[in-house]
Every structure is written in structure tokens, then in C-alpha cells.
Design a protein around this ligand. Sequence first.
Ligand SMILES: Nc1ncnc2c1ncn2[C@@H]1O[C@H](COP(=O)(O)OP(=O)(O)O)[C@@H](O)[C@H]1O
Ligand SMILES: [Mg+2]
Length: 330
Amino acid sequence: MRQRVAVVYNEPIPSRYDRANEEKAVLGVLDAVKAVEEALRQLGHEVSLLPLVPPFNVARQKLAALDVGVVFNLFEGFCGEPETEVLVPETLTELGIKYTGCRPSVLRLALDKAAVKKVLKKSIVPTPDFQVLAINNLHDFKLDFPCIVKPRAEDASHGISADSLVRDFRSLERQVRFISDSFHSGALVEHYLGGREFNATVMGNSQCSVLPISEIVYSLPPEVPRILTFAAKWEPGSPYFEGTKVVCPAEVTVSELEHISKTATSAFRLVVGQGYARMDMRMDEVGKLNIIEVNPNPDISPGTGAARQSKAAGMSYAEFIGEIIELALE
Ligand SMILES: Nc1ncnc2c1ncn2[C@@H]1O[C@H](COP(=O)(O)OP(=O)(O)O)[C@@H](O)[C@H]1O
Ligand SMILES: [Mg+2]
């Protein structure tokens, strides 16, 4: 059915990422907006765009003035303030306006990777052992090396480089200090799993389905850590970018496929529940699969994992976007 749809997003503005030369990750939202707008028009919907800038009370008035059947939510939070991401779905819920993707409680939870891992740890869905460490409690460290040290509350591989893999206490201390200084939060220290890396997009509400799975395939010199670093995602020409390929559908056996899909679906049911999310997963050295990260409302621009996966499922991009709208209206 033809709908009036507003595409709501954060207008990119200068932020703390500019200094770190990390603005590319931030500008990505505009690719998604353009592609989603076009797809919605192709599907016959009446589309308007609503870019939001701070302060939120002004943005809120704009949301309240909407006269639409559904909002396509591409709002990732105001630039440099990821914690504001939840304000849009929260406000739309209050206003009784339907929106695509995940609930605000899920987006809030996922802002803290450690909080998501706590939920997983209480379930049967495996996730690597972890600790949140800062310089003043480093002596509490009790995991086995090697470990990876990540920001607790960032995404898009911000703060992830070859140095994130630590094999001894000195490099652990160095990386925890780096994370604390750069991101003003404790560091998430996790046992490092060196096996195959996959991701899967799960979509649904009470019923959910998994799109074809992607594998991150590394062809890097042996001494270079197999990690999807910031360079691998965002810096064409860098050794990491050139040495990292995404293969979709992943070359896996039928039973591996079943197990990966089941693990992704279990994590979706447990943590997300409705909308769409990408599950980042990795095997350990003996092939046991773990959930590395749960990404509610992942990037769906053409060229990203989710778009590639929907294509592998035989959908056009417009059909994929249409599916997301259907789930919102369900
Ligand atoms: N415990 C881990 N073991 C092995 N590799 C990891 C682990 N955690 C993260 N990585 C690597 O770092 C990348 C980024 O980590 P992730 O937790 O997905 O954060 P982001 O939000 O930046 O995507 C992953 O895609 C993976 O390559
Ligand atoms: Mg990830």
C-alpha cells in the first residue's frame, strides 16, 4: 500500500571525529538517505526528508509536526553524540508514529557493548570472555592473552587498529590508556578469537529470517592481525583495506550455515526482538562460533553488508527497503 514516508536522519555536522580524520564514517548516513529515498519512490511511496540537527527540543517539534504513515529511521544520533540515537524512536513512540528498525531500549543497550555481552553471557549464546578495564583497575585483569582492546561505546571500527590486539601486559596497558584518553570511557578487553569471521543480518518481529551470510576474508601478511580495523573499513589504498574482502554468500558447509544462522537468530531474539540487526561473529581456534557484536539498525547503504546480503537473497535494493517498511507496519 502507498504510504507517506519521512526519512529521518542526522545531518552531518563538524564533530569530534573530524580531528581524528574519521569523518568518512559519519558522512555515510547521506549515502543511505539517498538510496533509501530512491528505493521508497520506486516502491511508489510518497517520500519526504527530515534531516535533524541539535538541539533535540527543536528536532522534537519537527517530528511532532510530521503527518506520515511511517518514519524510515536513519537517525544515528547527532554527530559525536551517539547516545542521542535513541531520542528519535523514543519520541516517535510517544507520538504514536510508526518507525522502521529497532526499539529505543535496544539501541540504548547496544551503545554499551559490555552491557550486551552481559546479556549474552547469561544465555547459551557464546560471546568471548571480557572485562571492562581502566588504568586504575588494570591489576584486575584476569583473561588469557591474546586479547583485543576496544572502546566500550563506539561503532564503525572507531579506535580499532592492529595495535588493538595485545599479547602481553605492557601492550594491554598501552591500549587501555589509548582508549581511555581517546574515548573517555573504560576499555572493553575481550579474549581474542583468531578464527573465521562472519556477519549475518537478521530481520523480523515475532518471526525472523536471516539474509545470506557474509564472511570477512583476510589476505594479509602473517604478522598482521586479522581484525576489521578502521583502515579496513574506511581507508581505500591502505594495506588493511586492500587485504580485507567480504565474500557473500560465505563459503560454508550446510551444517556451518545452519549453526551460524541459528546463533545469529538466537542473539536477535535475546537482544533485539524487532526490526533488523547485523550480528558480527567469529570462530575461535577450534571453530566454535561466538557473537562479537550486535548491531541494531546497521548501515543499510548500497555497498554495505546488509545490502549485499539482500542482493544475494535475490532481492532488489528497493525490495529490501520495502521489507523494512513492512516490518515497521506489521
Ligand atoms: N573478541 C574478538 N576476537 C577477534 N576479533 C575481534 C574481537 N572483537 C572484535 N574483533 C575484530 O574487531 C572488529 C571490530 O570489532 P566490533 O566489536 O565488531 O566493533 P565495531 O563496533 O567497531 O564494529 C571485528 O569485526 C573483528 O574483526
Ligand atoms: Mg562490528
